[in-house]
Design a protein around this ligand. Structure first.
Ligand code: SF4
Ligand code: SF4
Length: 347
């Protein structure tokens, strides 16, 4: 397995590394089997978060006996010192380890104040003294915040969404990280499931030598797919570039990345699904969105009170209420064109 140096941490991590959010959805036994297979196949870097329910516990159960052969990063979304301390101690317990390689501030709205004695930084500093953590990183969905983090000089790593539909500004962020020797951890390499050609996603990531992609897997097959790509790496061939260009054309402009940061919604709308329904219906099996439950979920959009809390939280600056209205109109047209009968009295 190739390795990539994670910026100034000097940590050498496997070129195929794992984002451990999806293993929350897998029963414990199977998650342990997948993580162990990953380790046995040479994967040495695992990223998780305090917020990912039992993900840390699964890592602990699968890998605590080989802890010193792997690199672990986790995250705290705390905005104060005391909560951040609790999160760090809980992560240590869950992962059955006595140290965390990288603790990351989890998608803060702005950069926590380095000099505030009550900020998560204070928890980090104490944790370093106790030997609980080694390096500090930040995750974000705002390119401006990520850039500010790099320029601050305070962060060893930045974790940011990165795929072949990333903008030029986002590609420039990877270069800035290289220049400042900050590790770049790439989440959402499939853009939250919007991109379906794993070879194209892999080839794009591989073309950026300081980028450490963390692929989310929840089945053995998905894991094997990434391992196979690393064994027989695809190039950015004409064929793959055609896939990339087609997707770039399709997803240029504003679209929902399914990050979920707009939630909760006062009208209980499942925004990450509803705001992407046009794309989801364009893929088989669209039939799963034709039942009464799906119809009712989409029609929660009728109850939107236009509070705009979602729009104010969207890191991509989307006009979420307007996007949802467009998606509902698209859904209704698709639903009725495919034989759906609900709401026909009203159309
Ligand atoms: S504006 Fe509508 S969709 Fe957005 S949070 Fe408020 S109720 Fe929900
Ligand atoms: S609307 Fe914005 S915040 Fe909400 S899921 Fe989509 S991209 Fe994320």
């Amino acid at each position: 397995m190739r390795t990539i140096t994670l910026g100034r941490t000097g940590l050498e991590v496997s070129a195929v590394s794992l984002g451990c959010l999806p293993i929350q959805r897998v029963p414990m036994d199977e998650a342990v089997r997948i993580l162990r297979k990953a380790y046995d196949s040479g994967i040495t870097y695992y990223d998780t978060a305090n917020r990912y329910t039992d993900s840390e516990e699964k890592i602990g159960n699968a890998l605590s006996d080989v802890r010193h052969n792997i690199i672990i990063s986790t995250k705290t979304g705390a905005t104060d010192k005391a909560t951040a301390q609790k999160h760090i101690e809980n992560s240590l317990r869950m992962m059955k380890t006595d140290y965390i390689d990288i603790i990351q501030f989890h998608n803060p709205k702005g950069l926590p104040d380095r000099n505030d004695p009550n900020s998560p930084w204070a928890a980090f500093d104490e944790a370093v003294k106790k030997g609980y953590v080694r390096y500090c990183g930040i995750t974000n969905h705002s390119a401006d915040t990520a850039k500010a983090a790099v320029l601050s000089g305070d962060y060893d790593t930045v974790q940011y969404p990165f795929s072949y539909i990333s903008t030029e500004k986002e590609v420039a962020l990877t270069e800035l990280c290289k220049e400042h020797n900050v590790g770049f951890i790439a989440m959402k390499g499939l853009c939250g499931g919007m991109l379906t050609n794993s070879a194209a996603c892999y080839a794009f990531a591989r073309a950026h030598d300081n980028v450490v992609p963390i692929w989310g897997v929840q089945t053995m097959e998905e894991l094997e797919d990434w391992l196979e790509l690393e064994k027989n790496p695809p190039e950015l061939s004409d064929e793959i570039m055609a896939v990339i260009e087609a997707d770039r054309a399709k997803y240029s402009g504003d679209f929902c990345r399914a990050c979920g940061y707009c939630l909760p919604c006062a009208a209980n709308i499942e925004i990450p699904t509803a705001a992407r329904i046009e794309t989801l219906l364009g893929r088989a099996p669209w039939q799963q969105y034709m039942d009464d439950a799906s119809y009712d979920k989409m029609h929660r959009i009728d109850n939107c009170i236009n509070c705009r809390a979602c729009a104010s939280r969207c890191p991509y600056g989307l006009d979420t209420p307007a996007l949802l209205k467009h998606m509902l109109a698209f859904y209704d047209a698709f639903y009725h064109a495919h034989g759906g009968t609900r709401g026909l009295d009203n159309v």
